[in-house]
Design a protein around this ligand. Structure first.
Ligand SMILES: [Zn+2]
Length: 267
């Protein structure tokens, strides 16, 4: 029997909460079968760190390079050249995270839309997949994607938390969907049980989004409240149960999907 392994497609491994024990975090992930990870880049400074981590471990790690909607005002004309340079790096598997966040509104909405549109153009130009973020901005998000869908390749809506109708509309646009430990929250993740049932194998991937979004039902609960890739099997098991699949089946297709999507090396 082939050994089960998982891919964490969204881990903020450059976060300073991992500075003291990053190697131990990776070792714990490996020990439970989380063999490959995509390190999220969300700002120009963060992209450089994500690229350095990924370049040092090319079999195990890839990076994304992008500007999160929270940092949209960072994307001045000069900085666009810098992001293009980062995104071209061979350790960068996708452009992003990029998108819209009207929940926090840390950047003005018109700046968010411009930064998002520009990064979609960049992904098309570089022929790299896109790592998407969306919160409370579903209509604008879909409208922008719909206009450019023909010019970009594969794209994943990471940390999907919306309802069934938005999930259907994302799938209609041929987008992939990433599910985090939000799924395990009995108060605000219940509706995602219906969402994961309509995502066909080949469109679904899983992620921790660590150090954020520690699964609420994790036992024992780490005192630090920090999430990490070693908890991905917990999320995978919950999603598999909702889909009436075995953990092995879910691992098999989500890993195959992630490897194809991010062009990860074979293990
Ligand atoms: Zn995000």
């Amino acid at each position: 029997m082939r050994e089960m392994h998982l891919v964490d497609i969204g881990i903020n491994l450059t976060h300073d909460s991992y500075d003291a024990d990053r190697d131990a975090v990776l070792a714990r992930a490996r020990a439970v079968g989380v063999r490959q990870m995509v390190v999220t880049g969300a700002s120009l400074a963060g992209n450089d760190k994500a690229i350095a981590l990924a370049a040092a471990a090319p079999k195990e790690l890839r990076a994304t390079a992008g500007v999160h909607p929270h940092h949209a005002t960072e994307l001045t004309p000069d900085n666009r050249a810098r992001l293009r340079q980062q995104a071209r790096h061979p350790a960068v598997a996708a452009v992003g995270e990029c998108g819209l966040d009207y929940f926090r509104d840390f950047s003005p909405r018109d700046a968010q839309r411009q930064a998002f549109e520009w990064q979609l153009e960049l992904a098309g130009e570089l022929q790299k997949p896109v790592f998407l973020h969306q919160r409370d901005a579903g209509e604008d998000f879909l409208a922008i994607l719909r206009q450019r869908r023909g010019r970009i390749g594969a794209a994943v809506v990471h940390c999907f938390t919306d309802d069934l109708s938005l999930a259907r509309r994302c799938l209609d646009l041929d987008l992939h969907i990433g599910i985090t430990g939000w799924f395990c929250d009995e108060r605000r993740g219940r509706h995602l049980h219906d969402v994961v049932r309509i995502i066909p194998a080949g469109r679904l991937m899983i992620e921790t989004d660590g150090p954020y979004l520690l699964p609420r039902d994790l036992q024992p609960r780490p005192a630090s409240r920090r999430n990490e890739p070693a908890y991905l099997p917990h999320i995978a098991a919950a999603v598999a149960a909702a889909r009436q699949e075995s953990l092995e089946e879910l691992a098999q297709h989500t890993t195959q999907t992630a490897q194809a999507f991010f062009h990860l090396p074979a293990l």
